[in-house]
Design a protein around this ligand. Structure first.
Ligand code: ADP
Ligand code: MG
Length: 348
């Protein structure tokens, strides 16, 4: 588990911060950044940089590779969190971090507030947290963790989610209002509603079913498939209005497996309503939806907004790899196990 090391945030001197930023810069092309390079990038005197490196290492914002004599450091997830939160607090998007309300394999979700006490959601993407040690094929494991890939992939997932949330929001889809993002973190409106999975009784199941299927169809006419349209990612207000969340796996209807993803989204709703809410309604068919009049191509808009095909492919390749390894029954390894301390440990 990677916790947010909020306490350490207050204690960093400007030199420490420069040094941390230098490690991030160096990480773009070095898995472990040589200390000499960090000093250079930080533009600090050698002695002052060495002191900062020791402080950052102690607070676990950077780390040495285990069992290595190599004089260099890599950024830890805590270090990356620090840089992102620092940027977000500077822009006044975040003032205080509150409770953690979600822990997934690939994200942590917190309630945060701004200076006026208004609450938001902070979602931290954590791709590459779980790596797999394959029994069959060790190469896959290695490929999985090449240079800085967790940082790059987590940043990519956040950029993708923010871009799609913004476009959907601007086109009148019921999604949280996106506020800001930095690196692997995004800030959005807190939706004061319950996930569908936590709801056993809906006043009007037919109305909700119709709305949800209507959303899947409208998305597809705009060229998009949510890709994870299930009871965990649908929040429902007391009024019965749904809000859709969680967008890093969205795909275009021009994707080779688009029909598969579309059918899977539809099936999730059909299944949940039949099993839990005892309701069955009409099931939209891929062919019928594709034959409908097209609406503005939002998949192309997303691409134009800075999330391009190459990046989409990279994320997809990562997910594909994770899925394969899981199916193979590969051993899961928490890359960051023991990297970040519990709160009491920082007390020292
Ligand atoms: P994951 O990738 O971990 O599934 P989600 O975006 O689905 O991430 O968020 C995980 C959980 O956090 C959701 O199931 C929901 O309960 C809560 N959550 C996420 N975003 C919001 C939001 N904007 N408002 C309220 N709750 C949220
Ligand atoms: Mg989710």
């Amino acid at each position: 588990m990677v916790n947010l090391n909020i306490k350490a945030m207050r204690y960093l001197s400007p030199e420490d911060f420069r040094t941390l930023t230098a490690v991030e810069m160096g990480s773009r092309n070095h898995e472990v950044v040589p200390s000499s390079m960090i000093t250079q990038l930080a533009k600090l005197r050698g002695g002052s940089c060495t002191k900062s490196l020791s402080v950052l290492n102690m607070t676990k914002l950077i780390a040495r590779m285990p069992k290595s004599n190599y004089d260099g450091y890599r950024l830890t997830y805590a270090g990356y969190d620090y840089l992102a939160l620092k940027a977000l607090t500077k822009r006044a998007s975040v003032y205080a971090v509150g409770n953690q309300i979600g822990v997934g394999k690939e994200s942590d979700v917190y309630v945060v507030s701004d200076q006026k006490g208004k609450q938001y959601i902070l979602k931290i993407h954590r791709l590459g947290r779980i790596c797999f040690r394959s029994v069959k094929n060790n190469r896959d494991y290695l490929r999985n963790r090449k240079t800085g890939s967790w940082m790059y992939l987590s940043r990519l997932a956040a950029a993708k989610e923010f871009a799609f949330m913004k476009i959907l929001h601007e086109h009148g889809f019921p999604v949280p209002t996106p506020i800001d993002y930095s690196r692997h973190c995004i800030i959005m409106d807190l939706v004061d509603a319950f996930p569908l999975r936590a709801i056993e009784k809906v006043l009007d199941p037919e109305a909700l079913y119709t709305k949800l299927m209507g959303l899947i169809v409208r998305l597809a006419r705009h060229g998009l498939i949510h890709g994870d349209f299930n009871e965990f990612n649908i929040l429902v207000y007391e009024s019965g209005e749904p809000i859709i969340i969680d967008f890093p796996q969205m795909v275009s209807t021009s994707h080779a497996d688009a029909k598969y993803y579309f059918d899977r989204d539809v099936e999730c709703i059909v299944h949940f309503f039949a099993k839990v809410l005892k309701f069955e309604g009409p099931v939209p068919k891929w062919e019928d939806v594709m034959a409908m009049e097209k609406l503005e191509a939002l998949d192309l808009l997303a691409e134009a907004s800075g999330f391009n095909k190459k990046q989409a492919k990279e994320l997809e390749r990562y997910r594909e790899n994770q899925r394969k390894m899981q199916e193979e029954g590969a051993e899961e390894v928490d890359e960051f196990e023991g990297e970040v301390d519990d709160d009491d440990e920082d007390e020292e």
